[in-house]
Design a protein around this ligand. Structure first.
Ligand code: PMV
Length: 364
């Protein structure tokens, strides 16, 4: 392929984002226009990412897609939609014929870890660069969005807002270093595929949930309060808004008919554990906040100064026979004995420690 003078290739790395205020509901399925604004944190590229290489040459005779090195029999409808939009936007002398896409993730798919967000963000940015498309940032955001809604937020680093109005694109509201002591600890309780896809579940929610409208009417006020808390780094307010939005989102899923249930026994245990842990100091300072996407695995937000203690708490309540899960964390005895919750042995498959990231990167 490298002998072909028309061969060109671009690689991009992007990470997932974790919604602090969830997107749930599409008012337009084709263009993925959301019912509500959402707010997220993009994770650090050093810990979790999708890596996508796109290439083109005059000798290619069809679009091809390799995932983890294995050629897929066909491209998904969404991937095809993204490529068609790229073809529509690329000008005459840069006419694209076919594209080869090679992608891999460093984390399990379909676990509520938003692997589609990082995958489509990296694909969108790589394609925008490969074909020199106009207005690269907004074009990449648009392409990412029509691939997978929440991917629009992974196009930027730091704290990102996805607007439900106007062009419905995303923007960075605070950069990566704004709140540098914030850390994210992800507990993987279960890495199997989610029972209902977010696309199907959202549609079912729109059709059947009465709580859904009530949720929509409070979102903007909640986002403004959260942005203010982030601005002044007020972790107590941040934690309360984030946890309440997670619970409200899952309440709406429960209010959907038939109900959509993403949380499991371990998720509920973690929720109780976080509240009990925060109460240990009389609730004056919140140490941890959790949020759950469309899956049972919690994303915990915490300031750096509390990380070691929280990891000891996790080791105490989630002991495991797999030494890799807790790594170097020291053993605990009496420290958390005031918390009267059951010990859940072998509940955790993996713990990922990460932080806010600066956004996608083109790999030379
Ligand atoms: O972009 P999708 O279709 O994977 O939907 C994501 C929905 C949530 O993860 C539950 C919330 C969000 O805003 O990311």
């Amino acid at each position: 392929m490298s002998n072909d003078p028309n061969y060109r290739s671009v690689t991009c790395q992007a990470s997932p984002n974790i919604a602090l205020i969830k997107y749930w509901g599409k008012r337009n399925d084709e263009f993925i226009l959301p019912d509500n604004d959402s707010l997220s944190i993009t994770l650090d590229l050093n810990d979790l990412y999708s890596y996508t290489t796109v290439s083109t040459s005059s000798s290619m005779t069809s679009d091809t897609f390799y995932f983890d090195g294995i050629q897929q029999t066909k491209l998904s409808g969404r991937m095809q939609k993204v490529l068609n939009e790229v073809r529509r936007r690329s000008n005459k002398d840069n006419q694209i014929k076919f594209v080869e896409i090679r992608s891999h993730n460093t984390f399990p798919e379909s676990t509520g870890l938003a692997s589609s967000a990082s995958a489509y963000a990296s694909l969108a940015i790589a394609l925008t660069n490969l074909f020199n498309l106009d207005n690269p940032q907004s074009t990449a955001a648009y392409l990412a969005r029509i691939g997978s809604g929440s991917a629009v937020r992974s196009v930027y680093g730091g704290f990102v807002r996805w607007s439900s109005e106007g062009e419905c694109l995303s923007s960075c509201i605070y950069p990566v270093d704004h709140w540098s002591e914030l850390r994210i600890i992800i507990l993987i309780f279960n890495s199997s595929k989610k029972p209902v896809s977010s696309t199907d579940a959202m549609q079912r929610t729109r059709e059947t949930s009465t709580l859904f409208q009530a949720r929509l009417s409070t979102i903007n006020e909640k986002i403004e309060k959260l942005i203010e808390a982030i601005k002044i780094k007020d972790f107590n307010t941040f934690a309360e808004i984030v946890m309440k939005d997670s619970s409200q989102f899952h309440a709406v899923c429960m209010d959907t008919y038939p109900p959509v249930i993403y949380l499991n026994e371990q998720s509920k245990h973690l929720i109780d554990l976080v509240h009990a842990y925060n109460r240990m100091d009389g609730n004056k300072i919140m140490k941890v906040a959790y949020t759950f996407d469309a899956g049972p695995n919690p994303f915990c937000f915490i300031r750096q100064e509390h990380v070691e203690e929280f990891l000891r708490l996790l080791k105490y309540f989630y002991p495991t026979t797999n030494d890799d899960v807790h790594g170097e964390v020291s053993d605990v005895k009496e420290e958390f004995s005031s918390i009267k919750l059951p010990i859940m042995a072998n509940a955790v498959e993996r713990i990922v420690r990460t932080k806010i990231g600066s956004g996608p990167k083109i790999i030379p």
